[in-house]
Design a protein around this ligand. Structure first.
Ligand code: SF4
Length: 152
């Protein structure tokens, strides 16, 4: 799963992408609208600033803005920047590979082969969606009638 940090970073960047071209967006606005603890958000935005994705300005009218056009940034870029793993099992992660303690040989494990396919297709999908692409929210699972839920 994506780390909490990666999830916060993506929501913050989506917020800045929506406000792209409108100048500096106050940290307090992003924190309140995206429900991100302000201190953690400062750390995340500093990290994204060092990566060249976010610009910032101190002072009374200060804040943050997207330093690259939303059309030049993909969700895959963001996940990699925040070092979030896309793999469902650690041994299928290409950036944060780890074996479990009682691992059978990796080159004999069919579960790992399957999870690598899932990981690669996820990466391909996230690399194809840009921050400028429309992504509509979906109803919460809580709002779905039981027939619509597939139990996962
Ligand atoms: S047993 Fe399979 S799934 Fe588990 S760590 Fe080893 S290769 Fe990966």
């Amino acid at each position: 799963m994506l780390s909490q940090k990666a999830r916060y970073a993506i929501r913050a960047i989506q917020h800045l992408a929506d406000r792209h071209g409108e100048g500096a967006v106050p940290l307090s606005e992003i924190a309140a609208r995206q429900k991100i603890p302000a201190k953690f958000l400062t750390t995340i935005l500093s990290e994204l600033g060092r990566a060249g994705v976010v610009g910032s300005q101190r002072g009374r009218d200060g804040g943050y803005w997207l330093a690259v056009a939303p059309s030049k940034l993909t969700y895959g870029d963001l996940v990699r920047m925040m070092r979030g793993s896309l793999a469902l099992v650690p041994c299928a992660s290409r950036n944060a590979h780890e074996r479990c303690t009682n691992c059978i040989a990796e080159d004999e494990c069919r579960l790992r082969a399957l999870m690598l396919m899932v990981r690669d297709q996820t990466a391909e999908l996230l690399d194809s969606i840009r921050l400028s692409d429309p992504v509509e929210p979906l109803p919460s699972f809580d709002e779905m009638v039981p027939e619509q839920s597939h139990g996962a």
